[in-house]
Every structure is written in structure tokens, then in C-alpha cells.
Ligand binder design. Sequence first.
Ligand code: CAA
Length: 382
Amino acid sequence: MHFELTPEQVAVQARARAFAVEEVAPLAREADEKGKFPMQLVRRMGELGFLGGPIGAEYGGTGLDYLSCALVYEELGRADSSVRGFLAVHEGLVSLCIRDWGSESQKRRYLPRLASGEWIGCYCLTEPNAGSDAASIETTAREEEDCYILNGEKIWITNGNIADVALVFASRDRSARHKGICAFIIETSTPGFFREKVAGVELGHRASDHARVVFEECRVPKNALLGEPGDGFKVAMAALDHGRIGVAAGAVGVAQACLDACVAFARQRRQFGKRIGDFQMIQASIADMAADVEAARLLVYRAAWLKQQGLPSTRETSIAKLFATEIAVKAASDAVLIHGGRGYSNAYPVERYYRDIKGLQIYEGTSHIQRIVIARDVIGKE
Ligand code: CAA
């Protein structure tokens, strides 16, 4: 068992860290305040090879291993969850899904454009009445001789308003539940594809773009199908197996950022005549945070390693997502407390970490759903 990163992985990590520190972090507070995604970072991530991380060079990607990709997500998560979230959807849910399930012509058309950042991807699964229960989607795909016609509504679609291409899940037979679901690749300029910002102001990820998408008699050719008709639910779940590692790694990044902020603050802030880092209660919080970050990181790396070996990794991915997001929620909460009044203000980044991290615990499957996935695998099906 080797705990060391390879020289290539160390180089990717250093590249991602430099990008996160020098180019992402300086924009994060303003993007959060304005509620606007820093679009200039998309092409830049393309140039750096982050948008097409695990995509092969023949489709314009970088051919990174999954652990290297996790390192990228971790570093981005340390700086800004909105930017990391963009990547988890664009690459983890969309590009990898097309790579795994797409026809040769679909791969040639979409993967290079997604890897460069020329096009942006979004993943349209969630609906007003189908969140955790993804198999109950109500969007329909009516089959005609030469096409499918989609009708329905999706919500909470990250990148939805800025995307050029959408992975869309719709049912051709709702009575068949998950077996009736089909996956489609739909270009967002297709007539009948409408989108708008979701209503309300989100707690965190305020720089992320979240859309409500509506399909009204949206006609797509049969070759827009991804996989076979009825494969859609498996396509959706397999995509989430990719995306969830990105979320888990991002959560490790948030927890590490909380730890870094707390260590710096505990060394500099003085009360009762000494550094607050010399008080045992502060020490205990920071020690627990450090232990949690290390444990979560190892779970994420193991899930990525299993995936790289081509071994089953659904359970381990859910374990990593569950544990990493839960400890990061605690780390962010403790970080705000340790910073006192300062932690309650956006003058210090822990306030944003605290708001953002709640989203990681919810999207791409809530902690409840991760527990269901884990328990079903541990206990087994009858
Ligand atoms: N890979 C491949 N196939 C899978 C799979 C996986 N990881 N998980 C399940 N399947 C297959 C099963 O083997 C089964 O196949 P068969 O019919 O051939 O046996 C089929 O899918 C149905 O599986 P289940 O019976 O387990 O399905 P279920 O209805 O009980 O649901 C669930 C399982 C785990 C709860 C699932 O619904 C789930 O993950 N829900 C959460 C949805 C989710 O994460 N949504 C987030 C959307 S994306 C987002 O948040 C961010 C954004 O902006 C895009």
C-alpha cells in the first residue's frame, strides 16, 4: 500500500493549487456577493486541462487518472465551491457520462468542445416532484417515427442557464418506473428548450448558476439518445458515481480551508492575555478538525483509486461523500465559532464556507441517500 502521490499527481496538485490560490480565490467573495459565476475561469480551466481531466487525448482531454482529478476538485473546493461545483457537473456528470455511454459520433461532437470550455454542460435529472426519488421523474419522451418529443420541468440545474449542452432524463413509459427512463443529449438551442434562474436566493453557492428548465414539445432526433432506450436510470446513477467523488473531494477542500483559517486565527488572535490556540477547548476543536480532514481525504483517495482500477466503487464513493460532507459541515460550523464575531461576517471566508458546505451535503444525493446506497450494499438485497 502506497500513501505517496506519484510525481505526476504532485504536479497536477501543484498546478491546481496555484490556479485556485492565484485565480479562483481572489474572485470568490465578489462572485458570491454579486451572485455571478466568474465565466472567465471556464476557458482557463480548459487551458489547464481540468475540464477534460479523465477524458482521453483523442477526444481533447488530458487523460488524468481519477486520483489526480480528485486532487483538482480538492484544491478548487478549498478556494470556492461554486467553481468546484461547476466542474463536478460539467466534467463529472456530463463529459464522463458521454464518454461512458456515447456513440462515437456523440463523443466526437461533444467531448472536445466540453474539454476546451467552448461548450458548457449541465445535467437535467431533478424535478419539482422527483429529487431523492429520481426514478419518479415526470418529464416524458414521446416516441415518434424519427424523433422523441419531450415535455416536462427540471429544477436546480447547475449551469443550466449557461450550458450549451444538456444531459436530460425523461420517461417514455412512466408505469415502468426506472426501466422507462431514457437519457438524451440535447443542445440548449433546440426549440422547445426553455430556461430561467431558479426562484429565490440560495443559502450558499451564490455564484453558481442554478436553472429551472422547461421542455415544451421539444423535438430531438433519435440519435440524441445516450445509451439504449430504457437505459436512462443506469446512465444517471453511473454519472452520479463519477460526480459524487468530485463533491466528496470538494468537501475535503472546504474542511481543509476551515482548518487552515482556524490555525491561522488561533495563532494570531489573543484573549485573556494569550493566543486562543493555547486554550484547550480551541485545541480540541482544531485537533478534531485535523483528524476528520485526514480521514475524509483517505476515503476520497481510496474511492478514486478503486475507480481507477476499474473495481466497483459505488459504495466507497457514497461513503466518501457522506463522511467528507458531514465532517466539512462540522468543520465549517466550528470554524465560524472559533472566529467569533468575525466568522459571522463575509470579511472572513469561513462565513462563505459555512453557507456553501450545506449544499454539498444535499446535491448529487443527500446524506440520507448516501446512507441508503451504503446500507443496501452492506446488508445486501433479498
Ligand atoms: N450504477 C449503475 N446502476 C445502478 C446504480 C449505479 N450506481 N444504482 C442503481 N442502479 C441500478 C440498479 O442496479 C437497478 O437496476 P435493475 O433494475 O437492473 O436491477 C436500477 O438502477 C434501480 O435501482 P434501485 O432499485 O436501487 O433504484 P431506487 O429507485 O430505489 O433508487 C437511489 C436508488 C439510490 C435512491 C437513487 O434514486 C438515488 O441516487 N437518488 C438520489 C438522486 C440524486 O442524487 N439526485 C441528484 C441530482 S444531480 C444534482 O444534484 C446536481 C446538479 O445540479 C445536477
